[in-house]
Design a protein around this ligand. Structure first.
Ligand SMILES: Cc1cc2nc3c(=O)[nH]c(=O)nc-3n(C[C@H](O)[C@H](O)[C@H](O)COP(=O)(O)OP(=O)(O)OC[C@H]3O[C@@H](n4cnc5c(N)ncnc54)[C@H](O)[C@@H]3O)c2cc1C
Ligand code: FES
Length: 280
């Protein structure tokens, strides 16, 4: 159970793991997430499921190595087992034939976007797909997403590939107004920017929120977000919400609550790794 059967490096610090867990593989739908525990002292942290193969009993997770836990996960090799994997958690993406769907994937979240966009396609939607990243080498699943898109765009923050920034989407929507939109990104600022672009066009825009989570089952309250003036728990009420109703400033400030501790923990982990390799 939870054995890693395949591992790939998709881009610098972005890894993909296929993990054996027949129960999750049989039940998961696009948009849901899993909670990972790497080892004995590892914290629980959420990753969106980026694919599943029920016949092989595997699920796919794609993650950025940003802090202690994700860096530790990145050290796992094929054949090793994770201490824990809980899921599927959260609600699946609402998949219907909406007409034309604008799908945006930022950085690592282009991975889960592919799983969701394939489901939109199968439901008969036309797809405008745009992916973005800080720089060209961090763009993932370009060919795969382009293959299922009716229109496909790339953007980077530094302009090293495609458009610079996401503002070009204004022109894209002026030319062909979408009927529905989905914005996937772990960066709150990017999700907010996409929602502000779609708002004047009146396009309902769903965003998958990434607040701090602990249990992932509605018990601890760590993932509280404010949507349309109401408090919601992202793990059980979401993780996807109407992005035009999200209080982005509150979400961003809550996400930054433990930045100092996260940096310390990440540094201590890296130093520990260095000491361990120096001792070998
Ligand atoms: C429902 C949900 C789904 C998610 N899906 C995915 C997914 O599919 N893929 C994915 O990659 N992530 C995903 N995330 C985000 C992921 O859970 C977090 O990135 C993860 O918890 C990181 O844990 P960590 O211990 O490695 O880092 P943490 O210790 O939690 O630190 C993370 C944050 O600390 C800050 N930080 C840490 N180190 C540094 C540094 N050296 N310099 C500057 N800032 C730093 C950054 O703000 C960073 O975002 C998801 C989150 C949620 C809530
Ligand atoms: S993570 Fe604990 S309530 Fe959502």
């Amino acid at each position: 159970m939870n054995k890693i059967v395949e591992k790939k490096e998709l881009a610098p610090k972005i890894k993909q793991l296929d993990i054996e867990n027949p129960e999750i593989a049989a039940k998961v739908s696009p948009g849901q997430f899993a909670i990972v525990i790497t080892g004995g002292k590892g914290e629980r942290f959420p990753l969106t499921v980026a694919g599943a193969d029920p016949s092989k009993g595997t699920i796919r997770l794609i993650f950025n190595e940003v802090g202690k836990s994700s860096k530790e996960l990145g050290t796992f090799s094929v054949g090793q087992e994770l201490r824990g994997l809980a899921g599927p958690l959260g609600n699946p993406t609402e998949i219907e034939n909406f007409g034309t769907v604008l799908c945006f994937g930022g950085g690592v979240m282009s991975g889960p976007l592919l799983y969701i966009a394939e489901a939109f396609r199968q439901a008969g939607n036309k797809l405008i797909v745009a992916i973005g990243a800080r720089t060209s080498e961090l763009l993932i699943f370009k060919e795969e997403l382009q293959a299922i898109a009716d229109k496909f765009y790339v953007c980077t923050d530094d302009g090293s590939e495609g458009y610079q920034g996401v503002d070009f989407l204004n022109d894209v929507l002026k030319e062909k107004k979408g009927d529905y939109a989905l914005a996937m990104s772990v960066a709150t600022a990017t999700q907010k920017a996409i929602c502000e672009i779609t708002r004047p066009f009146g396009i309902k825009t769903i965003t998958s929120l990434t607040p701090i989570m602990l249990d992932g089952t509605g018990m601890c309250g760590a993932c509280r977000v404010n949507v349309g003036g109401e408090t919601k728990f992202a793990c059980v009420d979401g993780p996807e919400f109407d992005g035009h109703l999200v209080d982005w400033d509150l979400l961003e400030s809550r996400k930054r609550t433990y930045v100092a501790e996260e940096r310390t923990s990440s540094l201590c982990y890296e130093m520990g790794e260095e000491f361990a390799s120096a001792e070998k």
